[in-house]
Design a protein around this ligand. Structure first.
Ligand code: SAM
Length: 236
């Protein structure tokens, strides 16, 4: 997806980027490619792939939510900033927290956020299970892409969401794992509102965005330590 195709596809989902936003994305893509030569941050290695599989894909969340209406967004396992940093560029109103346990990735993000001159953005180098101890139920929106299966992700993410806020994972083909995660979502106080399945333009692979409303607080015992979550995922 070249830049022109990117702009055309965004118009189809009602996003009309400003020149500043396009320049910020260009700087982001160039810095990612440059940094990636020294430190492996992403398997995606061309500008066109970055525009499709990172930038466009991150923005598809707007199919299910209007982010202008919210204050805070936490992106769990953000890696090189997807979707959280792309969303920050398009929704400067949001207080964004980018969380990742990998120090190389958070270092890259710290440099990039300075280069882009962004404010109201925090980068946290910690595991989600630990960070949650002092940050329960304090984000309007929690996102996560390509981090874990739904069952595990629900336990890592839902405790961060305020009641009446949303957890919105960006997934590929998710039918089987979603079927196994209904109980976990319910135990953690979530209720699925929307499952939006569509094809990524150009390469036609399946994408699924799940919009989960937090209807009641998550019990305090969650999230458990990571070894417990893995050994004994919440039941079907
Ligand atoms: N979200 C990015 C994307 O879609 O390109 C990165 C995906 S990468 C496959 C998964 C990331 O999740 C890694 O950077 C890893 O360090 C992070 N991660 C996995 N488990 C985590 C946890 N429990 N807490 C914080 N970060 C975690």
């Amino acid at each position: 997806m070249n830049k022109q195709e990117f702009i055309a596809e965004l118009a189809n989902i009602n996003i009309f980027p400003t020149l500043d936003q396009l320049n910020q994305l260009e700087e982001y893509a160039n810095y990612l490619l440059e940094y990636n030569k020294l430190t492996n941050l992403t398997a995606i290695k061309t500008i066109d792939e970055i525009y499709l599989k990172h930038f466009y894909d991150s923005l598809t969340i707007i199919k299910v939510i209007d982010l202008n209406k919210y204050n805070s967004l936490l992106d769990i396992g953000t890696g090189a900033g997807f979707p959280g940093l792309v969303l920050k560029i398009f929704y400067p109103n949001l207080n964004v927290t980018l969380l990742d346990s990998n120090n190389k990735k958070t270092k890259f993000l710290t440099n990039l956020v300075k280069k882009l001159n962004l404010s109201k953005i925090e980068i946290v180098n910690e595991r989600a299970e630990q960070y949650c101890q002092n940050n329960r139920e304090n984000h309007d929106i929690v996102t996560s892409r390509a981090v874990s299966s739904m069952q595990i992700l629900a336990e890592l993410s839902l405790p961060f969401v305020k009641v009446n806020g949303y957890f919105i994972p960006l997934k590929a083909n998710v039918k089987e794992e979603l079927a196994k995660s209904h109980k976990a979502i319910e135990i953690l106080g979530g209720k699925i509102e929307i499952i939006s399945e569509f094809k990524l333009p150009i390469e036609n692979s399946t994408r699924t965005i799940i919009k989960i409303l937090k209807t009641k607080p998550s019990p305090n015992i969650y999230p458990r330590s990571y070894d417990k979550i893995i050994k004994k995922p919440l039941v079907k």
